[in-house]
Design a protein around this ligand. Structure first.
Ligand code: S3P
Length: 167
C-alpha cells in the first residue's frame, strides 16, 4: 500500500489520528516534526529561532523526499509541509493525501496552551489563526485527495472514515 499523508493546520489532530491508525492497522507512523527534532537535535522553536523558517522548510522537504521513497507509512505532516509544491508532488506520487479540516475555534481550543509552535507564539488568538488558515486554505484544498472534517468527532470515527476512503 502507498503512504497515507495527513495534512492540515496545526492542532487539526494529525498526530493523534496517525497514532490511532497505527493501533488499528499496524501501519508504521512517521511524525515529521519529531523526526526533524531528532535529526537537528533541537526543538522546533529553537530551529525557527536560531536557523530560521527557510532552513526548517529545507529540512522538512529533505525529509519528505526520503519518506516518499517508502511505502505503507502513515505520515503526520507538519502543518506547513504543503507550502512547497515540490513536497505536494512527492506526496501525490507516493500516496494519498488526507486533509484534516477544523474550524479556527476548534484549533484555538486545542493549541491555546501550546508553546512549541513558533508560528503561533505571541499570536495565540482566533483572528490570527483564522487569517493564517484563510491564507493557507487554497494550498490545503489543492493538495488534498480527500478532506475529513474533525470538529466534534472522535478519533475512532475519523479513522473509520479515513480507512473507508483508502479502500
Ligand atoms: C508548522 C506546523 C508545525 C511545525 C512548525 C510549522 C506550520 O507542525 O511543523 O511549527 O507551518 O503550520 P504541526 O502542524 O504538527 O503543529
Amino acid at each position: 500500500m502507498k503512504n497515507i499523508y495527513l495534512i492540515g493546520f496545526m492542532g487539526s489532530g494529525k498526530s493523534a489520528v496517525c497514532s490511532r491508525l497505527h493501533e488499528l492497522t499496524g501501519m508504521e507512523v512517521i511524525e515529521m516534526d519529531a523526526s526533524i527534532v531528532d535529526k537537528e537535535g533541537m526543538s522546533i522553536n529553537d530551529i525557527f529561532a536560531t536557523k530560521g523558517e527557510e532552513y526548517f522548510r529545507d529540512v522538512e522537504s529533505e525529509l519528505l523526499y526520503l519518506i516518499s521513497e517508502e511505502s505503507n507509512k502513515a505520515v503526520s505532516c507538519g502543518g506547513g509541509a504543503i507550502l512547497r509544491q515540490k513536497n505536494v508532488d512527492l506526496m501525490k506520487e507516493s500516496g494519498k493525501i488526507i486533509l484534516l479540516s477544523a474550524t479556527p475555534e476548534t484549533i484555538y481550543n486545542r493549541v491555546k496552551n501550546c508553546t512549541d509552535r513558533p508560528l503561533l507564539n505571541g499570536n495565540m488568538n482566533i483572528p490570527y489563526i483564522t487569517k493564517l488558515m484563510d491564507d493557507r486554505r487554497p494550498r490545503y484544498t489543492a493538495a488534498a485527495d480527500f478532506t475529513v472534517t474533525v470538529d466534534n468527532r472522535s478519533i475512532d470515527d475519523i479513522c473509520k472514515e479515513i480507512l473507508e476512503l483508502m479502500k
